[in-house]
Design a protein around this ligand. Structure first.
Ligand code: FEO
Length: 396
């Protein structure tokens, strides 16, 4: 339990979750996370911006008590997901005069998810404001980062943009503001990859929408606060741009060593062509590492053995995730091995329906790879290099 002052009369009252290792029962959290909530004391009114995960209810309530908060007028809800909204019912119970301020879509979701009654809400439109006396909250609709109801609050007088999930990082740290930029860059990129990447196009629109705001601070609801907003704005501009890097990501599984031999040989062939290679053994890798590598890579080569008649189930899972995350890939291919036949290639291709990629000729071999198979892998490496050159991914 910790209360810290961001600026005079603006407090961080959320909770750090040092121990959490899985989010949505899907996303690995190697660095823990935080659920940031903020309290703003205006001259006349007090606002709480978001709450915390239900597991941390006692911490938020204790933080408010520590600050001596007797009355909350407004609870701003930027996003209905429970890691930020889950303690709204408890807040309404402890502070019965409080009203939830949000957009109509978020209101409807909060009524569905948390059974909050209609009369507890004040709905606001895009760019509408609510005054706290000497402070003005301006609400900015920012849908699809990463649910349809997401919005931001701009605190005009203090030039702070509160963005909830957007620009967040799953990082448990005692730093209120970003201190270790390399660490935050890595965790924010992982967060972007896992949560935001499928919405790359809409994110660009949202970045455009906030471009003209005079921002001194960006305060997300996961991870440390940005007192140099350009740091995270530039990172997002880069990640959401159409630029890809001269890289090949290789998620792979090998049961008896044939596919592994191919991956090792192929990785070497790519490196000899000065292409960055990122192989991920799916029995050992954290799926977030794979997602992060997909943010920039030009090409993916999926490497699988044949199980029964199709790809290994872990490859199916990873391919499904790649397709769902919609990275800005340009090229894809498949390599691997089989014993007596099957439809591994067709099945992998059949999953990648969301991606606008050119599929390069797969290399699938019977049993352990032989001389001619290594030659085919060399040819695939040549083709990737040529494609990267043609698309200006390799600067000559
Ligand atoms: Fe941090 Fe989408 O919730």
């Amino acid at each position: 339990m910790v209360v810290r002052e961001l600026e005079p009369s603006i407090y961080s009252v959320g909770a750090i979750d040092w121990d959490r290792r899985l989010f949505d029962e899907l996303i690995p959290l190697p660095d823990g996370t935080s659920y940031n909530a903020y309290l703003i004391r205006g001259g006349e009114k007090t606002a709480l911006l978001d709450t915390v995960d239900p597991t941390k209810e006692h911490e938020l309530l204790a933080n408010l008590e520590k600050l001596g908060v007797k009355k909350i007028d407004y609870v701003i809800s930027h996003h209905a997901e429970q890691d930020h909204s889950g303690v709204l019912p408890a807040i309404l119970k402890s502070y019965p005069d409080a009203r939830i301020v949000t957009n109509s879509k978020c209101k409807s979701m909060l009524m569905d998810l948390l059974l909050i009654p209609d009369d507890k809400f004040i709905t606001v439109n895009d760019r509408e404001t609510v005054g706290l006396g000497d402070k003005t909250l301006e609400f900015i609709y920012a849908p699809w980062v990463h649910w349809p109801e997401t919005m931001f609050t701009y605190l005009r007088e203090d030039k702070i943009l509160f963005t909830c999930d957007f620009f967040g990082s799953h990082l448990a740290t005692s730093d209120l503001f970003v201190k270790d930029e390399a660490e935050v860059y890595r965790t924010a990129k992982r967060y972007y990859a896992e949560i935001m990447m499928p919405f790359r196009t809409v994110i660009r629109k949202n970045l455009e929408k906030i471009k003209k705001l005079d921002m001194k601070i960006i305060a997300p609801s996961h991870g440390p606060v940005y007192d140099k907003p350009e740091f995270i704005l530039n990172a997002y501009r880069d990640w959401t741009s159409d630029e890809v890097k001269n890289e090949v990501v290789i998620p792979y599984i090998s049961m008896h060593g044939s596919t592994k031999r191919m991956v090792d040989y192929f990785a070497g062939a790519l490196m000899e062509r000065a292409i960055t290679v990122k192989p991920f053994n799916l029995t050992k890798t954290d799926i977030g590492e794979l997602a992060m590598a997909l943010v920039d890579t030009a090409t993916i080569v999926i490497a699988s053995p044949t199980v029964l008649v199709g790809p290994h189930p872990n490859i199916v899972y990873a391919t499904y995730l790649v397709n769902a995350l919609r990275p800005k890939l340009k090229f894809a291919s498949i390599i691997g091995s089989y014993g007596w036949g099957g439809k591994m290639v067709e099945q992998i291709k059949g999953i990648l329906t969301n991606l606008k990629v050119e599929i390069l000729a797969p290399v699938v071999v019977k049993g352990y790879p032989k001389e001619e198979d290594f030659k085919s892998l060399e040819n695939l490496a040549d083709e990737i290099l040529n494609k990267h050159k043609e698309h200006n991914i390799v600067k000559e």
